[in-house]
Write a protein that binds this ligand. Structure first.
Ligand SMILES: [Mn+2]
Length: 265
């Protein structure tokens, strides 16, 4: 287990160039894009795919950095976002020229910015790797989660239970369960400050899964705060400090950022 600093990157959505630039600025990549993070841990919060041009290249980078970081005592990890589940659903169920249940998954994916070039580049090694990613993770006192939603509690009452339940769906041909997971993953804003219930939901979520703070992506900060995307260079902390949104809105034109978790390393 790495003891170094811990960093979190939000929703990349195919913007490889900005990802590489941000990781380089944070000292985690060499100019040749090799791992320079030593014993650091780097988490991706999910949603590498769709909307932007280079989802597969972003995934290839993450998978390569996972190996390189492990070799130098660090770690690179990634949570599943809804866009990973979207492209995996199309890969599993769309079998042209048969027009069956797969069409519904294709439509959902296309409506959410799916890129045919990503699907064409998705190989068995990518599918295998993605299907093993967790939905939830505890890192120090931070609970990492892709979506600002409580839907995870419908899949289990512990980090391990949720991760195992979702893995079992991703290994199955149960189109109804896949569809339900994708539908659940569209939820957002569960912890918003606007009403007292947002903070109470965050407290309850943390009581269930552990951690003292919840770090999530999924909902672009510019859409929450009204800040112009190109100016967003740090997380949005809300719900009395219980929630940290790291989705800088890269697909909206944001530069993205690398967030160092306080209290780690
Ligand atoms: Mn998302």
């Amino acid at each position: 287990m790495s003891r170094g600093p811990v960093y979190v990157v939000g929703d990349v959505h195919g913007h490889l160039d900005r990802l590489v630039a941000g990781l380089g600025d944070a000292g985690l990549l060499t100019p040749e894009a090799a791992w320079a993070g030593g014993d650091s841990t780097l988490w991706f919060i999910g949603d590498l795919f769709d909307r932007g041009p280079d989802g597969i290249l972003a995934l290839d980078l993450v998978m390569r950095l996972e190996r390189e970081a492990a070799d130098s005592g660090g770690a690179v990890r990634m949570l599943l976002g809804n866009h990973e589940v979207l492209i995996l659903s199309v890969h599993r169920f769309y079998k042209p020229p048969t027009e069956d249940v797969g069409i519904a998954f294709v439509l959902d994916w296309m409506l959410n910015g799916g890129r045919p070039s990503d699907l064409a580049g998705l190989g068995p090694e990518h599918v295998e790797w993605l299907c093993e990613r967790p939905c939830l993770a505890l890192e120090g006192d931070a609970l990492l989660v892709h979506a600002d939603s409580t839907f995870y509690t419908r899949y289990g009452r512990s980090v391990e239970e949720v991760n195992e339940r979702v893995r079992s769906i991703l290994r199955s041909d149960d189109a109804r369960a896949w569809g339900q997971l994708l539908s659940d993953f569209t939820e957002r804003h569960a912890f918003d400050d606007g009403s007292p219930s947002g903070r109470m939901r965050a407290e309850s979520f943390l009581r269930t899964f552990g951690g003292r703070r919840l770090v999530h992506g999924h909902t672009p900060i510019p859409g929450v705060t009204g800040a112009p995307p190109e100016t967003v260079r740090r997380p949005h902390v809300y719900a009395n400090g219980l929630c940290v949104n790291v989705d800088g809105g890269m697909y909206l034109g944001g530069p993205g950022f690398v967030y160092r978790l306080p209290g780690c390393g």
